[in-house]
Design a protein around this ligand. Sequence first.
Ligand SMILES: [Zn+2]
Length: 184
Amino acid sequence: MGRRLPEDDRPAAVRQALTAGREAARRLRAAHGPADPFALAARLQVAVSWCGEPPALGSIVRIAEYASRPPAIRLFAESVRAVGAADPSLSVSGIYLAHELYHHLEATGLEPASAQARVTLARLGRWRWESGIPALSEIAAHAFAQALLDLPFFPGALDRFAVRPHPASGAVRGSPLDAETSAP
Ligand SMILES: [Zn+2]
């Protein structure tokens, strides 16, 4: 857990995170053209697999997760189905795969032209907002997925469809976060 980001700094920090995500997508598209996230994962040598485990883990519901060693992304089938049920026209797996690919770019610094964004994210990455508010790197990853896939909406809005009310704990607070398992 990091320190809390001072309230006054939050709007600027969010703008920087959004810009970092969009810029990374723009660079990737400039290099590879509009890409299918699954093809992009293969090109980046990130293994992608479907996971049949129950997605709930403590207070969060996992939709997808990235591990850096070796680079691998798991998509939680139950969550992807639940989100897809909310809007069958969406390629939910592609959206969350793109999101996780951003975490791969963050973890590996594969983007040669992204030094500025990396500096920003390295600085922002130490900050975590209070519980229930997504970390800035999540905002950047959602912005990356939106720009990569030309989505007309911010894909973080989909997260809530993966959540089902938990009878033992009452209302679910906040939105689910994917559980990043990258090295510290
Ligand atoms: Zn994430």
